[in-house]
Design a protein around this ligand. Structure first.
Ligand SMILES: [Zn+2]
Ligand SMILES: [Zn+2]
Length: 260
């Protein structure tokens, strides 16, 4: 069985809880460590139970609370080799606490596959987690949805997928031109339409799909659902029923992916 829950989501901070068997991990801590502990409480998890923190990339909305949390609870931190080099708090951790991972990796009961992201960071990665035939995949902060992602997510039972912005809202919104270009670029973020195309490309039936990392300025949960549904319809793909959206400042529901 795999369990997962978003703990916070969006440019104000991202963190996701994943359990596979007896192994419990957190992917990114973009809020403060104390906020993270209260978000864990919301889903009934003690911080002492966490076995490791995985980092997708070095942007502050993904690492803000990592150093304090890792030191306080003595947990290892895993990141891609170049992300390790880019982390501003490397020297705060004890020797061996920051572990660079290779392409395939396992921690306790969870096997991890890393997916290259297209984003303006050193070596950003998405992740697919496996336990006893169940798979949870996490892909946020990418300007492109690649074939590799498509192949991996096709087999997932649960997915956290970015739906960062509405093209319309970004275009007409208050951001300066350079920032609009950055967000919409190939190393930026996925729009609602990009996300719909990704969901159309994978077999989205029988999957628990959660949208995450929504922009506070250029998207809303309702707009994301509407634009994704409209684009799937336009593509002739089946609609995704009960599309969940990760709350920005609190933990979302704990989803369970059960073995048959
Ligand atoms: Zn980022
Ligand atoms: Zn981000």
């Amino acid at each position: 069985m795999i369990e997962f829950a978003t703990l916070c989501s969006g440019s104000s901070g991202n963190a996701t809880y994943v359990r596979g068997g007896n192994t419990r991990i957190i992917v990114d801590i973009g809020c403060t460590a104390s906020k993270l502990v209260s978000h864990l409480e919301e889903i009934g998890v003690c911080p002492q139970e966490i076995d490791g923190v995985f980092i997708t990339h070095e942007h502050s909305d993904h690492i803000r609370g990592v150093s304090v949390f890792a030191r306080k609870y003595g947990v290892p931190v895993f990141a891609s080799p170049k992300t390790c080099e880019a982390l501003p708090f490397q020297n705060e951790l004890s020797r061996g606490q920051l572990v660079p991972f290779s392409y395939e990796f396992a921690l306790g009961d969870i096997a991890v596959e890393f997916l290259k992201l297209y984003h303006d960071a050193r070596q950003p990665v998405g992740m697919s987690f496996y336990h006893h035939g169940k798979q949870f995949s996490l892909v946020t902060d990418t300007g492109l949805f690649s074939k590799t992602m498509e192949q991996s997510l096709s087999h997932a039972d649960g997915i956290l997928l970015e739906a960062n912005y509405s093209e319309e809202m970004l275009k007409n919104g208050p951001y300066p031109f350079y920032l609009k270009q950055r967000i919409a670029g190939d190393r930026g973020h996925l729009s609602n339409v990009d996300t719909a195309r990704a969901l159309g490309a994978i077999d989205n039936k029988n999957k628990k799909i959660v949208l995450g990392h929504l922009s506070e300025v250029n998207n809303t949960p309702d707009v994301a659902r509407q634009e994704i549904t409209a684009e799937l319809l336009r593509l002739g793909c089946p609609a995704v029923t009960d599309l969940a959206v990760a709350p920005r400042y609190e933990a979302g529901p704990l989803f369970t992916l059960e073995e048959a």
